[in-house]
Design a protein around this ligand. Structure first.
Ligand SMILES: Cc1cc2nc3c(=O)[nH]c(=O)nc-3n(C[C@H](O)[C@H](O)[C@H](O)COP(=O)(O)OP(=O)(O)OC[C@H]3O[C@@H](n4cnc5c(N)ncnc54)[C@H](O)[C@@H]3O)c2cc1C
Length: 408
């Protein structure tokens, strides 16, 4: 192994591998440290991704990674009313997250990236106020690795970032999620992802059913309070709509992981350091989706790291370009989604029922269909607000949330 590489990446998740790939393709010498012995395991993600996002990233995934393609979404209110939004062609896909991670890892390997598996980064090395490398532990062996720049892609819950004294993700808006793969599900619509709103089943977030193949789905939910597994049992057994589909289902695999919904962290760079993906909370606060935005930011991080390497200048003033570039690309949307999440969290179940009813009556789904890019929800929402059939329920939603917050 080289004594000093151009870049060290912490974490072999999608964001780590993608930033490493971007740097290696530009000729940089890159090492990725991943604490697990195998890439993609354990997987904690439902893998629901927009097709437009994958196109934007230039990723043409092999068919073996894609479990299903979906043409729409149905929102269920707590009382069991629904608003469905369907498209003529698929707009999203469900990927096998283990295989996606392995795919990105293999692309990076082929581009010349060196992966140290089973190597946990215990701390970042800081010298003269610059991050200059990492301290790793592999088995019983400890080692110091040096580099021009370190890309922190350690994911949520951001242990190294906290160690550095940098402001990490807003814990009050972190939800605890459970994801389960289930078989023998009844009445699955293979074209549609189902979103179940309401405090009784998923306070602070929502529950979902994502069909993968006949009778088989990924289900899950996240909550701000309590044990997500208990909420999942209640959802499976008691939800007026979901229980009819899930009552005889079998859970074949289950995982737990936090999702950071608090908006991006205030600073994503320092001397010798770039922070990407979940650890930077580059996550859509409305849906918890972080793969597409995380990969977009990882690509930017890789390009900025390359520019810095060309100038041999890894100072924060050079690396700050990363933050201005990612904010230009997704900053507005992240902010709008954060406000939407805060408003959603204020609503009672009966208010959600009324908003869904309202949306159905005003044929809101026809307008939602024209929403445009599913990832860039901030821009899409602003465009749609020009329509009275969106403006009225949105105004009602904002007013209800505001009044609820006053009552609390
Ligand atoms: C239940 C659930 C469902 C989700 N569903 C979706 C979805 O449908 N669509 C979507 O877009 N997003 C979804 N997400 C979010 C998505 O999983 C994340 O946004 C995405 O995984 C972020 O990628 P990442 O590379 O930043 O972090 P991670 O995928 O968490 O990868 C971080 C990697 O770093 C490694 N690591 C951590 N610390 C160290 C260390 N000290 N040393 C070495 N290695 C280390 C970890 O082992 C891991 O491999 C979901 C999340 C959850 C919890």
């Amino acid at each position: 192994m080289n004594e000093k590489s151009d870049a060290i990446v912490v974490g072999g998740g999608p964001c780590g591998s993608f930033s490493a790939l971007t740097m290696a393709r530009k000729g940089m010498d890159v090492t990725v440290c991943e604490e697990h012995k195998e890439i993609g395991i354990p997987a904690h993600c439902a893998g629901h991704l927009s097709l437009s996002g994958l196109r934007r990233l230039g990723l043409q995934l092999p068919s073996r990674i894609i479990q299903n393609k979906l043409k729409g979404v149905v929102f269920w209110s707590p009382r069991g009313n629904h608003l469905s939004v369907g498209f003529n062609a698929p707009v999203t896909c469900v990927v096998d997250r283990e295989l996606l991670d392995k795919y990105l890892y293999n692309l990076a390997l082929r581009a010349g990236v060196q992966f140290l598996l089973g190597s946990k980064v215990e701390s970042l090395l800081v010298e003269s106020s610059y991050v200059t490398g990492v301290e790793i532990k592999s088995g019983n062996t400890k080692q110091t690795l040096r580099s021009g720049v370190v890309v922190d892609a350690e994911g949520c819950p951001s242990r190294l970032l906290r160690q550095m004294g940098m402001q990490a993700t807003n814990r009050t808006m972190t939800v605890n999620a459970v994801l389960a793969e289930v078989e023998e599900v009844n009445e699955l619509d293979m074209d549609t992802v189902e979103v179940y709103l309401g405090r009784r089943y998923a306070p602070g977030f929502f529950a979902w059913i994502i069909p993968t193949k006949e009778d088989t789905a990924k289900i899950g939910l996240a909550t701000t309070v309590g044990n997500p597994q208990k909420y999942l049992q209640r959802f499976i057994q008691k939800h007026p709509v979901a229980s009819k589909k899930l009552w005889r289902s079998k859970i074949v695999h289950q995982t737990f992981h936090p999702i950071s919904l608090g908006g991006a962290i205030p600073r994503t760079y320092a001397n010798g350091l770039l922070v990407v993906g979940d650890v930077a909370s580059q996550v859509k606060a409305t849906t918890g989706g972080g793969v597409i935005f995380g990969l977009l930011c990882s690509r930017i991080a890789g390009r900025v790291a390359y520019e810095a390497s060309q100038r041999d200048d890894y100072s924060e003033s050079t690396l700050s370009r990363y933050e201005s570039m990612w904010k230009r690309e997704i900053g507005l949307d992240l902010t709008v989604m954060l406000h939407l999440r805060r408003l959603l969290n204020q609503l009672s179940d009966s208010e959600i029922d009324r908003i869904i009813d309202f949306g159905v009556r005003l044929a809101t789904r026809n307008i939602l269909r024209q929403a445009g890019d599913l990832d860039f929800q901030g821009r899409s929402l602003m465009r749609m607000m020009l329509h009275p059939s969106i403006l009225i329920p949105v105004t009602y939603f904002v007013a209800s949330a505001f009044l609820s917050s006053l009552r609390r």
